[in-house]
Design a protein around this ligand. Structure first.
Ligand code: HEC
Length: 188
């Protein structure tokens, strides 16, 4: 019986060792594509589009606009006025789910496409890790912290591999030029 377990164990070990080798053989082009595919999957299930993609109205309700995927709060979208006395003690989302108001002021979701001037085009993977793992705006340590409702504290738990995949996917998106407005401090 002991021998049988040893043989099964050995067989599993051989199988698991031979798998990465098979992946490597398929070449780096394929593994980049796989990374991007996994990144897309994570971004989709983690709900990044809910906040970072402008929406378009369909007969099934609002959906992320494929032409502006993950490009953040549209630069030319005005903020609707709101009743400050009703808003007291509440957090508000605009109808696009790209601008949010609360005790931190008003925040606007960032452009995560690889546009160099307005998105993540010039970001290094290290900056992305610093933003998601430690919550620093632009991934620059010692700058300012990311504002709510960016749920980085939860995303910080992603494995290195998953974070790398998410970054690879974001870098693979068509760049969208959209200069997201600066956050508005409380009381302004
Ligand atoms: C509930 C809404 C929400 C969700 C969901 C969300 N974000 Fe954000 N995110 C924001 C907001 C708002 C900001 C801007 C915060 C600020 O200005 O400090 C932001 C900022 C960021 C930044 C920093 C950009 C910069 O210029 O510093 C990155 C990177 C980011 N989000 C990535 C993601 C990724 C990746 C996901 C999904 C895994 C995601 N976000 C999901 C709301 C959200």
């Amino acid at each position: 019986m002991k021998n049988l377990f040893a043989i099964i164990g050995l067989a599993l070990l051989v199988a698991s060792c031979s798998q990465p080798a098979a992946d490597q053989k398929s070449g780096s082009a394929d593994s980049t594509a796989q990374k991007i595919e996994r990144g897309k999957y994570i971004v989709t299930i983690a709900g990044c589009n809910d906040c970072h993609s402008p929406k378009m109205m369909t007969d099934k309700g609002p959906v992320p606009d494929p032409a502006r995927l993950l490009s953040g709060h549209p630069e030319n979208m005005p903020l609707e006025p709101y009743d400050t006395s009703t808003a007291k003690g509440w957090m508000l989302f605009n109808m696009n789910l790209t601008a949010m108001h609360g005790p931190w002021g008003t925040s606007f979701t960032a452009n995560l496409t690889p546009d160099t001037a307005t998105g993540l085009g010039s970001w290094t993977e290290q900056q992305f890790f610093t933003a998601i793992r430690k919550g620093w705006y632009k991934g620059i340590e010692g700058g300012r912290m990311l504002l709510p409702p960016m749920p980085w504290q939860g995303f910080a738990e992603m494995t290195d591999e998953d974070l790398r995949s998410v970054f690879a996917y974001l870098k693979s998106l068509p760049p969208v030029k959209n200069a997201v407005p600066a956050a508005i401090p409380p009381g302004q």
